[in-house]
Design a protein around this ligand. Structure first.
Ligand SMILES: NC(=O)c1ccc[n+]([C@@H]2O[C@H](COP(=O)([O-])OP(=O)(O)OC[C@H]3O[C@@H](n4cnc5c(N)ncnc54)[C@H](O)[C@@H]3O)[C@@H](O)[C@H]2O)c1
Length: 316
């Protein structure tokens, strides 16, 4: 039943979510506050596709040398088979044809599902839910990709709160398949179930998408647990127990984390980490106390990878 998907906010997440829907052959309308930001989102999508294609271009050669390093000699025919097996490519033109960028709400009016992925500020999100009310059909589902804010409060600004849900994707959604889904307090389980079923039929670049059901409680499942780890890592660093490099190494090699907590915080964006921790502190109290180390990085404009500097320096 879903055909046209709208995304509000063409930043790191919004544009990557748009790519996942276009990859699954949905029509996508990607909206930002102006055309420059929307175009930047489209450029991000182009980069995602280029990186995917160049990875798969190199993969057969890597696979052949991996096998030959084990002492096996492959025939030309076998190499050809490996080549064909790994010949995944995304047709960039075809994918881009399914994505329309815009700075106007009216272009979202034919969407069956709209996912808001703007800044992590409750007032901004509430404002978007209020403004879009005038443009969507009564049947459309209105979702938010918030990491920590109240879906229920956003729903109270929307004309049909029953249709408001959480659809929380993880970064980057083209490789991480998890999506947390929750109805707002006023919402119907039916809208959440529709989103669940939709995602169950979708895939990203590596896996089938994996939705899980949760409730509209601050931080939901993953971030409530993960942000505690990041915050505790900053405290361990502040107490001079170890360098940030050694803390990252310890968590990767001792706890099986794919990225260390500082690498992850830089990847997510320190502004997002900061905003989410502030929300958690308001709701859960002192166990989410903010370190001045993080506050100072924000004051300095060091937002992580996206700004070239965060806990680590990416400019070198
Ligand atoms: N970065 C992550 O790892 C991550 C992971 C999961 C969820 N999220 C959530 O996704 C949302 C977006 O995060 P991001 O990292 O993509 O942020 P971002 O700063 O990269 O992008 C936000 C985009 O929203 C646009 N925007 C702001 N107000 C708008 C409005 N009124 N209408 C349309 N567009 C508007 C901005 O111009 C910007 O392009 C946040 O709620 C965040 O908590 C982020």
């Amino acid at each position: 039943m879903f055909k046209n998907i709208g995304i509000i906010g063409a930043g790191a997440m919004g544009s990557a979510i748009a790519e996942v829907f276009a990859y699954n052959e949905f029509n996508v309308v990607l909206k930002d506050v102006n055309m420059d930001f929307a175009t930047r989102g489209l450029k991000h999508i182009e980069k995602i596709v280029d990186d995917y294609n160049s990875y798969y271009e190199r993969l057969p050669e890597r696979e052949v040398s991996r096998i030959e390093r084990m002492g096996l000699k492959l025939s030309l025919e076998q190499k050809e088979k490996i080549n064909n097996y790994f010949s995944h490519k995304i047709d960039k033109n075809d994918l881009e044809k399914r994505i329309k960028i815009t700075d106007k709400y009216e272009d979202l009016s034919k969407c069956d599902l709209v996912i808001e992925a703007a800044f992590e500020k409750q007032e901004i999100k509430n404002g978007i839910f209020k403004e879009i009310s005038g443009y969507l059909s009564d049947d459309a589902i209105m979702a938010t990709n918030t990491s920590s804010l109240s879906v229920t409060e956003m729903a109270s600004y929307y004309k049909n709160p029953k249709k408001v849900i959480l659809m929380h994707f993880f970064n980057p959604p083209y490789t991480l398949p998890l999506v947390e889904i929750a109805p707002s307090t006023q919402g119907s389980d039916d809208a959440a179930k529709q989103a669940y079923d939709l995602l169950k039929g979708m895939k990203n670049h590596r896996n089938n998408m994996q939705p899980v059901m949760t409730r509209d409680k601050t931080g939901f499942i993953v971030n409530r647990i993960l942000l505690q780890v990041i915050n505790e890592a900053i405290k361990v660093y502040d107490e001079n127990i170890a360098t940030k490099e050694d803390i990252d190494t310890a968590m990767k090699y001792g706890a099986g984390f794919p990225m260390g907590p500082f690498e992850l915080a830089d990847y997510v964006g320190l502004d997002i980490v900061y905003d989410v921790l502030k929300t958690f502190k308001d709701v859960y109290g002192d166990r989410f106390n903010l370190s001045e180390t993080l506050t100072n990085l924000i004051r300095a404009g060091y937002m992580g990878r996206k700004s070239g500097r965060g806990f680590y320096d990416y400019t070198k």
